[in-house]
Design a protein around this ligand. Sequence first.
Ligand code: IVH
Length: 705
Amino acid sequence: MTAEIEPDALSADEAKQELARLADLLRSANLAYHTEDAPELSDAEYDALKRRNAAIEAAFPDLKRDDSPSEQVGAPVADGFSKVTHAVAMLSLANAFDDDDVTEFDERIRKYLGLAGDAPLAYTAEPKIDGLSLSLRYEQGQLVQAATRGDGSVGENVTANARTIDDVPQSLRDAPDLLEVRGEVYMSHADFEALNARQAEAGQKTFANPRNAAAGSLRQLDADITRSRPLRFFAYAWGALSAPLADTQKGAIDRLAQLGFQTNPLTQLCESPAEMITHYRQIEAQRATLGYDIDGVVYKVDNLGLQGRLGFRSTTPRWAVAHKFPAELAWTRLEAIDIQVGRTGALSPVARLTPVTVGGVVVSNATLHNEDYIAGRDNKGETIRDGKDIRVGDWVQVYRAGDVIPKVADVDLSKRAKDAAPFEMPARCPECGSAAIREPGDAIRRCTGGLICPAQAVEKLKHFVSRAAFDIEGLGAKQVEQFYTDGWIAEPADIFTLRDRYGSGLQQLKNREGWGEKSATNLFDAIDDKRRIGLARVIFALGIRHVGEAAANLLALHYGAWPAFSDAMRDAEEGNAAWDDLLSIDGVGAVMARSLATTFQQDAERASIDRLIAHLDIEEAARPDTDGSPVAGKTVVFTGTLEKMTRAEAKARAEALGAKVSGSVSAKTDLLVAGPGAGSKATKAASLGIETLDEDGWLELIGAL
Ligand code: IVH
């Protein structure tokens, strides 16, 4: 934007012209964002325009236009797809970036299973297809449902669309009664080019890369559009099953091929990390000529019995890893460094770049993390980029790895302008003007404005409605921003009073541009739907620093119900019982505990949370999959030598069955599992009268013998 005159310093004529200019700009930005899926302004630029418009309207109320942008909120709410809860969660994969990571993957698995370094252990290696995953459910051999991954536990029902894909069989012969086949939907390079040419000719939007084209084509409300797009499907995994497909991963893939699915021809069995890496290099060498995008090689333990023993971490299987191809690189000019303010007040410098294509995607922004990173130091104070700092105007090398935000890899000092000045972080928050402070030991500078900082408030709201949090259909980041800018919502609690305030009366949601009777009602209904919600989602949605999704789950499981959780957070003080109990949760450390306690003990924050909770009916946390588990809720201690499993495996398995595993015996212990060589713990358990089992007794108890 050009240098701007303060709104109240404008003449009436200038104000009128400026309002017309802003209305124009905002109309075109809205169109680009909502209907063409191709935003032309950053969110911050858009908001700045909207704020300027509102300020001028406030200074010159008579000049407010009939088509004032202030009266327009949000995008049309798509009717969308129905939701599908996956019978077995659709997980993602942990990554390996170099050969050492692959060797370590093998070592980790051997250690977990208690296998010697030279014991045979085979893996499959196959390309990682760069598309989107799809789960196909067959009952009695008939395709009955197709669903996208979504957040892993709930996806979108795209059955009608999947039926249009040639590689997806409608019926199967000799299949188990229930079979969920999982794999990747993708588009070949040739089909992608042809589709883009057709789209361009018809004056329609083109896609940045084959993956976007595949996703955009599968997620069409009109299945006829999907039918006209040449999608393909590789099967590589499965979900719920009524009978096993085989004893090995390779055997299961072969069985899927026999059933009529396309499986990747480059899938190979490897007997060692060295063979895996050799196969990786071979696939990498063929990458450019495969005719479809792949972004790495996936290794999976071949023996399905061992896969079962290895099990899962919270979102990834222990038995698989994705060995990614190196990131793609490009040189471009750093035009500016902007500061974004996040939900916890963190000031993040963002590089604005002259747009450049990196691996098929146009990149115009890159993350710069923090001031140390810009100065050429990592978070341990060690030199990065040979200590070269980053300055506005520099030529920088950017890279992209997978879906992550691009980063700056290098700086070309020979091209640096003589007058280029080192970058300095602002000492004040660019959004609210509060002091921005960097605490000792923290790499991040933070705005101290708290609830008064509009950027923090908006980011908190965006987080609140995000997929893993309240996930309110029709209320995405964009709508939240607009409602906030227009003063309709300032904090999460306000979302739940929208219907009361804007469902009827003069100012109605349905009268806003982009909204009608139906979409407004849908939004209010979608909000009502989320008044009853699980405890873990509520905890995560609060957006407390250091409390991510996994931690929210742990907290929910530990406290069970909202009152117990919130009382404990209010009471927790370093050293007292509530604090010790909080820290006893495996996965909660002092930093997170402090962050939780501070949030709940600050009056304004606490009041804002209480206002929200008053609108909700919070479900107690149910321990998943532990129905009928004989050890659910029990505290178990393992001691001595275990012969059929390692300690890590025993612990993970017990926890998966809902038990709490503790390292020491106390009056709270329910069960001691003692192998040979058990010492003082067994003695103590005996003196406390605690039930003690040997390893076989334990395995029998949990039904694993
Ligand atoms: S196995 C439980 N195999 O990569 C593990 N995934 O980053 C299930 N993907 O969500 C995944 N090619 O969409 C597996 N050969 C392959 C794959 C593959 C692509 C995708 C899949 C997954 C993502 C994880």
